[in-house]
Design a protein around this ligand. Structure first.
Ligand code: G6P
Ligand code: MG
Length: 220
């Protein structure tokens, strides 16, 4: 049975992967580093600091800790300027319907995003009130691909991992789910997503019915 659904946010709920790209490309260019959509995809699910460290590593610059903290802050200022423009229209296709259907069936939902801007984005999308909680990433010991964030999400609503469905579009996040007993859903076009228990190419295909069929097949 599907007792709860745990969502990644960027690329699953919100169409914000392009906004992370825009922010990352600006930072990379300022350091004379070539950036790509592929690299942006590979960075999904990693913290802001890890993202900044990865881009700096490809540059010929070295920075002090203080300067790196400053770069992270600047990157976030740029990102927040972009996300304050978001509206309900920037939800991924079909996701509002899916979330509303789950709410109607009283299935609790939690967000497990590495983004410290998750609450802000969900508020802009007018979806924040549907969630029982958003995991506080600042309190985690380890980020994705460690499973901690997903386990914390299940704990928050007192549900066993084996009773949860968890949805991801990123490689680090899917690796995290695969280390738990959760039923994993991979959404998008990246080849690694096929490792999920249930693979779909678009959030439009997320329905309670399709998940229940997939879960039943899986548990046979
Ligand atoms: C998510 C995104 C990443 C982003 C990270 C931190 O995991 O997929 O691309 O770097 O959140 O986001 P933040 O909003 O805290 O900078
Ligand atoms: Mg994502």
């Amino acid at each position: 049975q599907m007792k709860a659904v745990i969502f990644d946010m960027d690329g699953v709920i919100s169409n914000t992967v392009p906004l992370h790209y825009e922010t990352n490309v600006r930072l990379a260019n300022s350091l004379d580093v070539d950036f790509s959509h592929e690299w942006n995809q590979a960075l999904q699910g990693l913290s802001r600091r890890k993202t900044v460290d990865a881009i700096i590593e490809k540059s010929s610059f070295t920075f002090t800790e203080e300067e790196i903290v400053e770069i992270c802050a600047k990157k976030n200022t740029h990102y927040q300027a972009l996300i304050t423009q978001l509206t309900a229209e920037d939800a991924q296709p079909g996701i509002q319907r899916f979330i509303k259907d789950l709410a109607a069936q009283k299935i609790p939902m939690v967000v497990a995003s590495a983004s410290q801007n998750a609450r802000l984005v969900l508020t802009q999308l007018e979806l924040i009130d549907y969630f029982e909680g958003v995991v506080d990433v600042t309190k985690l010991k380890r980020g994705k691909p460690d499973p901690e964030i997903f386990l914390k999400a299940a704990e928050h609503i007192n549900v066993y991992p084996s009773e949860c469905v968890a949805i991801e579009d990123g490689e680090a996040g899917l690796s995290a789910i695969l280390q738990t007993e959760m039923f994993s859903v991979g959404v998008g076009h990246e080849p690694f997503l096929k490792k999920a228990d249930f693979y779909i190419d678009s959030t439009e295909r997320l329905t309670i019915e399709s998940l229940e069929v997939a879960l039943n097949l899986h548990n046979k």
